[in-house]
Structure formats: C-alpha cells, structure tokens
Design a protein around this ligand. Structure first.
Ligand SMILES: [Zn+2]
Length: 111
C-alpha cells in the first residue's frame, strides 16, 4: 500500500476499553485518500478494508471472519434476569494471516 494510513481509536471505543479492561481487543480505524475505510486490531499489523457488507484483508484478500470469544463473568453473587454467566464477544481476524481467536477469553471480575 503506497499511502500511509493514520489509525486512531474512536472516543467510544476508548471509553469502552477503559471501562472493560478484560475485553480482548480494541479496534482502530483509518480512512484512505479516496474515503476507503480500514480497521485493525490495536497492536496488529494486519489491516482490514471495508468491502461491501464486510471486510477483506489488505495482505491476502481473504474475507475477514469473526471469532467468538467467551468471557466468564465472575464475582456476581447470583445471576438475575438477563444477566449471563458468559459475555460473548466477536473478534475479527484474517483466517490466513492471523490465528483464530482463543474461544476462552479472560474472565470478567465484578467486585
Ligand atoms: Zn490476510
């Protein structure tokens, strides 16, 4: 890629990451010179380009997949209503360039 992309984390994403430090990843976004939209996971060199309904890997052109990551919720005295024992997140990844996310994510501790 000739152009240099400037990735940044949106304020919403930043706030979410601060309040939920157990969450597996933070998404950074960038915009190309012609308005193309890019994303990557913070800390990763693999860039996804928005393409129709989904994303494609800039490296290898694969369709970006979503891997499920389950975070066990710990420390709640009991579960009420719609509270769940697991919080399921979806982590984007390139099936060629990146490892499939580990299904068992870090647990969420409530105090
Ligand atoms: Zn790839």
């Amino acid at each position: 890629m000739a152009e240099r992309l400037e990735f940044s984390v949106s304020e919403t994403e930043r706030k979410f990451a601060r309040e939920n430090p157990w969450f597996s990843f933070v998404i950074e976004t960038a915009q190309g010179l012609n308005g193309e939209k890019y994303q990557r996971r913070r800390g990763s060199q693999i860039i996804y380009q928005e393409f129709g309904e989904g994303f494609k890997c800039v490296e290898c052109d694969s369709d970006i997949k979503g891997g499920l990551v389950a975070h066990k919720v710990l420390g709640l005295p009991f579960l009420i209503g719609n509270e769940k024992e697991y919080y399921i997140g979806i982590m984007p990844y390139c099936p060629e360039c990146e490892d499939e996310p580990d299904f068992y994510g870090s647990s969420i501790q409530f105090h």
